[in-house]
Design a protein around this ligand. Sequence first.
Ligand SMILES: [Zn+2]
Length: 129
Amino acid sequence: MNPSPQPPPVPYPHAHAQPAGAAAAVLPVHSGPLECPICRAPTLSLKKHTYLAYLVFIGIFAFWSVKHTLACPPCLRKDLLWRLAFNTVLANVLWPIVILPWNGILLALSFSAGHSRGVAALAKDRSRG
Ligand SMILES: [Zn+2]
């Protein structure tokens, strides 16, 4: 017998095209399991982070794209590692200065327990209406 049953997974509001009112109504728990929008698995550690999708550095010119990701730790790590490898070519000399520290810190944070602060804030805003 389980003395403290976990509440059922709550679909994250951005994962589905739900009206804002309906999403707020089904998201009363901030520390309970939330559904990963990528793999649909329930997780107690949904992470919301911002990082560079790509950084292209050509001599004196650089351009980049910022990516906002909401994912469970395995999905986030998979994308961060892919971006680390992908950007070695594109970012070249900026890779160890920008990409490596940024993605490295986020990789380390992906091992922390619990939802990230951004997810808690979003869930809090949604529950207020
Ligand atoms: Zn996932």
